[in-house]
Design a protein around this ligand. Structure first.
Ligand code: IMP
Length: 190
């Protein structure tokens, strides 16, 4: 997708939108419908990977018309802020067992896929009835993900993006759309 000039003034930010609030709303509703159809007649445990998932997950679960349980995991990745090393540490584990439950793992963005590889491997050891991935954004270029992203919002090119839960150094999570942040030298906060 390419940036849209008409969305530049959204949320009073200087950052032009890559994906507008209305595009996100439409797509999240569609994914919710896909998930509802896919798991029809079943209960779902929706697991969010903190912190980036929190806005996407809040909207997504309200678009899923099934009985759902909610849980969260927070992991930290070693390496610098903009690059995943793929080595993760669990900062906050799930509160509940997922054994024999249908699990949907919600991630904000898949970049290299290394984070999800580790989390999926870990969750598989806990014997869920099924395990699927929903991601708002998927960067296609560097993909090393060994699992399919069955429910995906948007495929994007290799830009560093913020907003709708995604951060740059802790900022911009409250932007209500997704924007590209260019080279660090060009960044100014708000
Ligand atoms: P991966 O392990 O390379 O797939 O990285 C996944 C994690 O890195 C995401 O959950 C984000 O926390 C972070 N990340 C990767 N790309 C971006 C980005 O463009 N903006 C903000 N965070 C990102």
């Amino acid at each position: 997708m390419s940036p849209q000039k008409s969305d530049m003034s959204e949320n009073n930010s200087h950052l032009p939108a890559l994906i507008s609030r209305s595009q996100i709303e439409t797509r999240v509703t569609e994914i919710g419908r896909e998930i509802t159809d896919h798991f029809a007649g079943k209960e779902l445990t929706v697991i969010g990977l903190l912190k980036g998932c929190f806005i996407f997950m809040a909207d997504l679960v309200r678009a899923i018309h099934l009985p759902v349980h909610i849980d969260f995991m927070e992991i930290s990745s070693y390496g610098d802020a903009q690059q995943s090393s793929g080595i993760i540490k669990i900062v906050k584990d799930l509160r509940h067992s997922i054994e024999d439950r249908h699990v949907l793992l919600v991630e904000d963005i898949v970049d290299t896929g290394l984070t999800l590889n580790h989390v999926m491997e870990l969750l598989e050891t806990r014997r869920p009835a099924s395990l699927h991935i929903a991601a708002l954004l998927v960067k296609e270029v560097k993909q090393e993900l060994r699992y399919p992203v069955e429910f995906r919002g948007f495929d994007i090119e290799d830009h560093f993006v913020v907003g709708y839960g995604l951060d740059y150094r802790g900022y911009y999570r409250n932007l209500n759309y997704v924007a590209i942040v260019e080279a660090e030298s060009q960044m100014k906060l708000f």
